[in-house]
Every structure is written in structure tokens, then in C-alpha cells.
Design a protein around this ligand. Sequence first.
Ligand code: EPU
Length: 430
Amino acid sequence: MLQVARIIGGQTLRGTIQAAGSKNSSLPILAASLLTSGKVTLHGVPDLSDVRFMAEILRHQGAEVSNPKPGTWIICAQEITHRTPYDLVRKMRASICLLGALVGRLRHAEMAIPGGCVIGPRPIDLHLRGLEALGCEVKLEGGVIFVDATNAQGTTINMAGPMGSTVTGTANMVMAATTTPGITRIETAACEPEVGDLCTMLSKMGAKIRGHGTATIEVEGVAALHGCEHSVITDRIEVGTYLVAGAITNGDVTVAGANPAHLTAFLNKLQEAGVHVETGPDFIRAYGLPQHRVEIITEPYPGFPTDLQAQFMALQLLVPDRSVLTEKVYPHRFMHAAELQRMGADILVEGATATVQGGRPLSGAPVMASDLRASAALILAALAAKGETWVQRLYHLDRGYERFEERLTQLGAQIERLPADAMPKDIRED
Ligand code: EPU
């Protein structure tokens, strides 16, 4: 049954919540558990539909997967297959992370190419180019990638694409290189903390990795990896989203377990906008309304994250001035703009740039979520809008936010999840 969220705007959000584990760490880390026949125990994994979906794929590959308590997953991949069918990968773009894990473990992979995505074209040319540079034979036939890594050998690979580095592309190369003979040097590697977390986990499994967190990662191939126990880092995008929820309602929200070092660019912009920010080693507090216009340019880490662009746009709607947001990672990632306009927002999208004239009164409206971060942005705007907002296609939200409405309620929001047929028929999609 489809679900919708109903939000009554105008409440001030106050309080402390605990950050959940990172989705974009958990997905490649779950895939990496296939690199060993040993037992992998993971903690802090968020309860999300994307995580459950990755677990389903691992089971398909032949792994035994259990979730004995919230946040803990145990994976034993004693015997696995190198084939991953379209039926599974088409539902989640991040399933591409399996490619590096299968190559690293079995030296062979046969994987259907994941489909497109509403946030824009999501090619995998860099993943394939990297594997080829490593000496793998790569063939593409009938929508399936065939990789034979029998003759792979460590070398220098540059992962630069038109938009800079690639996050899951880097993850794939690191995983493939862990058991490839010789030294693989990955240049223009993604520096995202989630790639660093994967490397930490792989090191616990016996991989020899240096330089993660920088643009050059070196991997020295080892014969085999062993089991490990690992806790994933907290989700910097989720943290940023809750901080915006505090600021957009003129409230005061603290996220415990947050790592401020992972959010420097975002926190700088929040402060530039006039929101008060306090940080400690494992918390971030944000309070007060945004006052000033800010220019945002999304870029690979440590730049401003594309995954917080939609939420920041919602925040800029409150500033009575003209703000500019430029997307340098996904130039078409502005589907939320049209839905925000339905709530009274004044936004002009031209190419990869959105100009927001803030300060217009926002009023609740029926809106449609188009992707994960867009759904969060619509809910944030609804918190600041007058009256009732209905957000449809809530399944997008469930891919990346654990119990979002429950945790917002804990902070004082008026939000409920309802079956779609609870929504007035005249404003509901059928
Ligand atoms: N790109 C290429 N060729 C490739 C790969 C990427 O041209 O072979 C381009 C993409 O089209 C894009 C840019 O490079 O313009 C960056 O894409 P990247 O490969 O870094 O993205 P990703 O690894 O597929 C991860 C996150 C995304 C996040 C991006 C950017 C995971 C599972 N997903 O995707 O997360 O937006 O990095 O930071 O880690 C989300 O959580 O909402 C989300 C979409």
C-alpha cells in the first residue's frame, strides 16, 4: 500500500536526536562483505529500504545474511555466484558496488547494468574504464557487463570524469584491487568519508590500503581477505537534513553522534546564512532562522554535497533575498524546484543553476516526491509553510531516512504517515 506524509507547518523544532548510520557507507560495505568467506559483522547499519534491498541481493549471490538486532547485520558469503541479474539491480543504482566485490572475490563478474535515475544520467563508464586499466577484460552485451579479471595486475588508474571523481566508482576500484596482485594506485579518487569508511572496513579484513581520504589511494593486493567486525560512520546527509529542520522552523536542533568534520562546507554555508552553529567532537547544534543570501556550488567532497542541495534550497526560501545554487555533480537535480513552486516558492532553474527569490509566503500543498533528497526537501519546506502539505511517493524517502517522520515528531513537528487513500481523492494521484 502506497503511503503519504501529512504535515501541518508552523511548529518550532527543538531537541536532540541521535544520528543514524550512513546509507552510503552501508551499501558498499555490505557489498564488500562478499570479498571474504569469513564472517562479517556490521553495526550501526540504518534500517532503510535500500539496505534491506542490498541484503536481498547478497542472499541472491549465495550469502547467508541475518539481522539479529536493529543495526546489526551478519554476512557469511562462503560460496557465491558471480552472476547478478537485471531483475535485482534495476531497483537500486547502488547495486553497482557489487561489481568490485565480485571481481575481488571471484575474479569474474556478470552483472546487469543498473538502470537510469531521475536525478540525471548516471553512467558507469569510469567504473568500466578503471577495471580495464587494471587489466580486466570487460565486455558489455545485452545490458550485461562481463568482467574477467584473471590477468589483472596493479597499475595506476585515474578515475577523473567530467564531474570530477566518482564515489561508487572509487569504491569498486578499491574492492577489486584488494586481491589484485601488485600495487594499484587510484588517482582522482573520491575523498568522501563513506569511501574512507569502506577502506577502514577493508583494512580490518586484511586489505593493505593507504591514502584513503585523499585523492590518491594505494592498494597493495593480498591473497585473500578475512572476516571482520565494523561499525559504520554516521550519516552526514541525514545530520544536515535535521539541522536544516531546526533552522527552517526557527528552532534549535542538536544531532548527537554527528561528525562536524564531515560537514565542513555545509556548516560554513549554514553559518554564512546566519544560522547559529555549535559543534563538539560528536555533536552539531543549529539554531535560529537563516538571514542572508548564500551562493551554493555542489562539488565532490570536501565541497558542498549534492545530497544536501535540495534541503538547502528549502532553507533559502526563508531568506528575503536572491540566492543561487549551482549543481556541479548532477546538473539536472532540480526536480524539487517545481514542487516547491506549488507551495509558493519563487525559483528559476536555468541549466545547472537555480535562483531562489526567498521571503515569499509558503503555503501547504499536495506535492510529489521525485527522489530521496527531494522528498526530504519537500517535508522541510512543509514544516515552514502555513497549513497542510501532503507528500506523495513517500517510498523515495524510505530509501535513505530511517523513521524520518517519527524523529521529526520527537523534535516537535506535526507530521504523520498515512495510507495513500487517506488523502482527499481530488488531490491524490491514482
Ligand atoms: N559519473 C560519470 N561516469 C561514471 C560515474 C559517475 O560520468 O562512471 C558522473 C555522474 O554522472 C555524476 C558524477 O560523476 O555526475 C558523480 O557521480 P558518482 O559516481 O560520484 O555518484 P555515485 O557513486 O553513483 C554516490 C551516492 C549518491 C551521491 C553521489 C555524489 C552512493 C550509494 N550514492 O553516487 O547518493 O549523490 O555519490 O556524491 O554512495 C543519495 O544518497 O541521495 C545519492 C544519490
